[in-house]
Write a protein that binds this ligand. Structure first.
Ligand code: SF4
Length: 498
């Protein structure tokens, strides 16, 4: 399988590099490199930026200068001229090692390194060994304090923040720091924080993470959306549908903007077909839904409150009936998964005509109930965090071997990205077929092209016309939808979880 070096290995840091002196009141924020999965689309890494660092940047005191660097945009190692006096690095499990390498490099040359992010919550003692300071919890709240302490020369080793501050008081992320040409759209939006579920494998269940569900004013989101000249916004919320009344209010505001958007929601939003219709009328063209498994017992074990899997196909149809494409995510390796789970899942995806799906190998993140369970059962195979990336098996599955799990996962991507499978999943409406096929080929079967686009910063330029055409098509569809009567169908009950 073709796998270019730049997608596999982080840029080299020059150990001989000498600096004069760090520039006072200049901070650099870094999103470290992580290894890509060559079976999946490289495009997903440049769809839209995460808001973590641009939100932190928005909290920077006015007497500080700030710069943003994402190593995954393949523009080489982070800048060092001028040399920053403070470097903020976000740390997640899969790129923790790279984050530590960067930290070592900058600290050796006199910068103060501050680390925040999910891995700091789950393994604070490990991260603290590599940083001058760690920020645990809500970073936006802590960042101004950290910079003031750094300026005064009294940086502390640990800063602990909570998520109690009203979310709607936070300033809008500083999107102008982002290299616009490198992303399909720079308009990442976030309306809510938290999730009503606490699935045992999800980082939201990390011990010590207390993130109450909070919502920003719908008008605030609509204003951010309107102010951007991007035609397409991507909500990065964990679950935009956690509070249905809120989602309805948000849709009513977004409807005034005439742009398109996509978001992650749980499948239970289809309990209320009128809500799905509101989503479509407000510009929603795609949803990302974590179905996780088609086996009910797996979902109960995972404590996921979700409708029964035998009703998933009908619910997917509810989205399709309102012109919303569905991208689902499946996780393999649960205790009730047997070696035939891969074929059954792909068949179901094809029968349901899903535009896209993503696959993951069950991965026990430290600090989660899943990690504790597998550790107790002595099923954790190793702690090489680099391979805790949901593309590698890191634990002993119950009803298959690690090799069966690994090769089954790889087979699913090969099968789904084949031309035959793309054709089998063609949308029913004739006018949607060509755009679907063009997108399918460009998005999923063109990693060679993606690699070039990313390196030459052409992603935005190539995709913008497609996105704009999709927006115009959606506006026409919306007019027709407004005239159509809503058909309500019965629903089936949920898996209670535990
Ligand atoms: S529903 Fe999704 S975001 Fe919420 S806890 Fe479960 S996996 Fe995590």
């Amino acid at each position: 399988m073709w796998f270019p070096k730049k997608m596999k290995i982080a840029p080299k840091l020059d150990e001989r590099y000498q600096i004069n002196a760090p520039k006072p009141n200049y901070a650099l924020l870094i999103n470290p490199f992580y290894r890509k999965d060559p079976r999946a689309s490289f495009g997903k890494h440049v769809l839209t930026p995460t808001l973590a660092l641009t939100s932190i940047a928005a909290a920077t005191p006015l007497n500080w200068e700030i710069h943003y660097w994402d190593e995954n945009l393949l523009q080489g190692h982070p800048p060092c001229e001028p040399f920053p006096s403070v470097v903020g690095i976000t740390v997640h499990l899969t790129f923790a090692e790279r984050a530590y390498e960067l930290a070592r490099w900058y600290r050796n040359r006199g910068a103060k390194v501050v680390m925040g992010g999910l891995h700091v919550m789950s393994c604070p003692d490990e991260v603290a060994q590599h940083a001058d300071a760690i920020a645990m919890g809500e970073g936006v709240q802590l960042w101004p304090r950290i910079l003031r302490d750094a300026e005064a020369g009294c940086l502390k080793q640990r800063y602990v923040g909570d998520f109690s501050q009203p979310y709607n008081l936070e300033s809008a992320p500083r999107r102008e720091l982002l290299p616009r040409e490198s992303f399909l759209t720079t308009l990442s939006l976030i309306a809510t924080r938290g999730c009503h579920n606490r699935c045992g494998f999800c980082y939201m269940s990390t011990k010590g993470l207390k993130m109450p569900y909070q919502m920003r004013e719908p008008e605030q989101i609509a204003t951010e959306f309107r102010q951007s000249d991007e035609p397409y916004g991507v909500f990065t919320d964990n679950n935009l549908g956690s509070n249905r009344d809120y989602l309805r209010g948000l849709c009513q505001e977004l409807r005034k903007v005439d742009k398109i958007w996509s978001a992650a929601v749980t499948i239970d939003v289809t309990d209320d077909v009128s809500l799905v219709r509101e989503m479509a009328l407000s510009g929603c063209t795609g949803v990302f839904v974590g179905l996780e498994s088609l086996i009910g017992e797996n979902l109960i074990d995972a404590r996921k409150k979700t409708p029964r899997p035998d009703d998933y196909a009908r619910r997917v149809d509810v989205f399709h009936s309102q012109g919303i494409q569905v991208n689902t995510s499946f996780v393999f390796g649960f205790d009730h998964d047997t070696p035939d789970v891969f074929e059954k899942t792909v068949n179901w995806i094809e029968d349901s005509r899903l535009a896209c799906a993503t696959f993951h190998i069950l991965t026990p993140y430290p600090g989660t109930p899943l990690f504790r369970k597998l550790e107790k059962e002595k099923r954790i195979l190793h702690r090489d965090w680099n391979r805790y990336d949901t593309a590698n098996v890191v634990f002993q599955p119950r009803k298959m071997t690690p090799d069966e799990l690994q090769s089954g996962y790889e087979w699913c991507y090969r099968k789904l990205f084949s031309m035959r499978s793309s054709l089998r999943r063609c949308p029913r409406r004739i006018e949607d077929i060509l755009p679907y096929l063009a997108m399918s080929i460009l998005y999923k079967r063109s990693n060679y092209l993606w690699s070039l686009l990313i390196q030459h910063r052409l992603t935005h330029r190539l995709w913008h016309p497609f996105v704009e055409r999709t927006r115009q098509r959606h506006l026409r569809f919306r007019k027709r939808l407004e005239q159509k009567e809503l058909v309500l169908r019965p629903i089936t009950p949920v898996n209670p979880g535990v």
